[in-house]
Write a protein that binds this ligand. Sequence first.
Ligand code: ADP
Length: 410
Amino acid sequence: MKILVINSGSSSLKFQVIDSETERVLAKGLCERIGIDGRFTYRTDTGISLKEQTAMENHTQAVHIILDTLTDPEQGVISKFGEIDVVGHRLVHGGEKFTGSVVITQEVIQAMTECNDLAPLHNPANLVGVEACRTLMPDTLMVGVFDTAFNQTMEPKAFLYGLPYQYYEKHKIRRYGFHGISHRYVSRRAAQFMGQDPGRVKTIVCHLGNGASICAVKYGQVVDNSMGFTPLEGLVMGTRCGDVDPGALEFLSKKEGLDFQQIMTILNQESGVLGISKNFSSDFRELKDAEIKYHEKAALAREIFAYKVAKYVGSYAAAMNGVDNIVFTAGIGENDSDIREEICSYLEYLGIAIDELKNREEGEAVRISDASSKVNVLVIKTNEELEIAREAATVAKGLKKRPEKVGKGS
Ligand code: ADP
């Protein structure tokens, strides 16, 4: 099957065409600055590469450009739209309604719209991408893959806050956890790489990118995730604060005369390692370069980041009563060997021993713990698009099988 994977944001739209049998990426690209001045980037596995400024007033026009390019006789990888069997959409928030991937129908769109106020920045942008594809490819199967769905196995003891229960009942205020598509892919890939049955291992995935979260996956099911009601909770991130005492925020608002909206802007955009480094950078490469040059606050920001990751890993080892695999992934997790070493230095009590040379190796999947280590420590490149393509193919195959069963009188 040929799967078009779409990740639609408010002014950008990423795409890949993946052959689900070979798992080869036939083409991929990005529409940026939609509704502004439009940028289109495109690459195929045969070496064709485009980078151009192209006006795109809205997401429908962006999808139009993508489809025209994919079917172009010279630059394309398919001959007609109909060759796309399924479109797999990354959808950020499915609330409690969606515990797995679904065929996108009018009812699903309605249910997702009801989740919009849970993710006001992301869900409407995702839905615009869905609508654009439905308009231009009305006969193609659309599958929604949610970032929250994998985390829906968390039990109430993990997902409830210590708030009056009525607010959960009335408003569904609870922890949802995010990055589920990445955590699912990486935890399964780790087990496969180690020759383990995913249903029998305890894994802690550290997804360390601009947005960062840690996930405890026990026997294939999520036990806990460091992000909460929103992706603000948990680790110190690029620009997000992570866990903060709400009492400190009331104090801050009084001292600085800030309203809720202004406080939220600080927490989302001006905090994290950017804020700690006194606005030096949210980019870990720049922070590392500055640390070498004795930039005190850059060094402090990296130190706090690593310390917080180690604390979460420790608490998730406790939550699962043990851990077999610890996996680093995403921009920082995959590339910053110094941070990995620092995090692991807190975890010697778990019997973890890192092989320094292995820790500096690069690859799609590398085991960086040495033979004596009681826990496998791995670095695995995340691949959310492939996970979405797999999910979309699985849902599509399930649909194909159903009429056969009915035909056999089952
Ligand atoms: P997101 O998808 O959340 O935007 P990414 O997973 O792309 O984030 O990660 C971005 C982060 O990864 C940035 O802080 C960046 O500095 C960091 N990063 C990327 N490459 C490296 C590297 N070689 N060394 C250290 N950090 C890196």
